[in-house]
Write a protein that binds this ligand. Structure first.
Ligand SMILES: [Zn+2]
Length: 317
């Protein structure tokens, strides 16, 4: 049995974007409850999550972006006693609440700590149950429920701090990881492989992607078996050829057939299969090193069971 780290923090519950918003704190409850009820949590190593420093956030973001979100959060807190607004709107889908900066810095902190623990050999791989998600956040812009790009911060930390030469980012969220693409386009140290519904939010990823971006846009209602075939035919040879020293996963589960935010038709078995293929590449080339970060997944039941399927593969259960 491998050793899998489980990274989460109560601060990640403190970011909320208003009643009825699908990217809600209850997502983390659903995951925790499921891992507990299934007994999977007993096989995981629970590891402390620090706050990411502002310097660490700047691994993937401009100084202006970090300062902008900081100042919005600060204004919310300062205006609260005088009855100021409860939220600071960033785009039609994304806003800050008073707890958002703390949550976002824990999410990025989990990404960094998971990378450190895997690199130190304390654990084989890691799953971070954190929010807000990150893969839509570009170098200079928060959008699509995302404030800071957790997976990109972790990947850059592995390159800059740990001195790795090649890392892969696997993104199976139903939405294109435009933020991660923005941050790593034309960086030969990074290979990003992604699959996403198209045409669909954020309507990117198809217009001449950089050579290190392997984007697989697929139409609505594509079934899991067809997704598996594509992954086998297109992702796998590139990953094998690239020989990543570590793999980061943007683990979004909103391509599940029961998830109303997307129209793809994956199920838990498909998530197991994809996770297994990623694990195979990691074992062959990267000493098994995987850091998986939660992205989307909005049907609470489907999210919980898909995360369980994913984590079971990571932990060899
Ligand atoms: Zn998504």
């Amino acid at each position: 049995m491998g050793k899998t780290g489980y990274f989460t923090h109560r601060d990640c519950w403190r970011h909320e974007m208003g009643r009825g918003h699908p990217e809600c704190p209850e997502r983390l409850d659903a995951i925790e409850d499921r891992l507990l009820a299934s007994g999977v949590v007993d096989a995981l190593e629970r590891i402390e999550v620090p706050l990411a420093t502002l310097e660490q956030l700047k691994l993937a973001h401009t100084e202006a972006h970090v300062e902008y979100l900081q100042s919005l959060a600060q204004r919310l807190t300062e205006d609260a006693p005088a009855g100021g607004p409860a939220y600071a709107q960033i785009d039609p889908d994304t806003c800050l609440s008073p707890g958002s900066m703390l949550a976002a810095r824990r999410a990025a902190g989990a990404a960094i700590a998971a990378t450190d623990a895997v690199m130190a050999g304390e654990i084989d791989n890691a799953f971070c149950a954190v929010r807000p998600p990150g893969h839509h956040a570009t170098r200079g812009q928060a959008m699509g429920f995302c404030l800071f790009n957790n997976v990109a911060i972790a990947a850059r930390h592995a390159l800059e701090y740990h001195g790795l030469k090649r890392v892969a980012i696997v993104d199976f969220d139903v939405h294109h990881g435009n933020g991660t693409e923005d941050i790593f386009s034309d960086d030969p140290r990074v290979l990003m492989v992604g699959i996403f519904q198209h045409p669909f939010y954020p309507y990117s990823g198809t217009d001449h992607p950089a050579p290190n971006m392997l984007n697989l846009p697929i139409p609505a209602y594509t079934k899991g078996m067809d997704v598996r075939e594509l992954i086998e035919a297109v992702w796998m040879p590139r990953l094998e050829e690239f020989k990543p020293q570590m793999i980061f996963v943007s683990a979004g589960f909103d391509a599940h057939r029961d998830d109303d935010l997307g129209q793809l038709a994956l199920n838990e078995n498909d998530y197991s299969w994809i996770s297994g293929r990623v694990r195979d590449v990691a074992r062959r080339h990267a000493q098994g090193r995987i850091v998986s970060m939660l992205e989307g997944g909005y049907n609470l039941h489907a999210l919980a069971s898909s995360v369980e399927a994913h984590v079971r593969v990571l932990a060899d259960l």
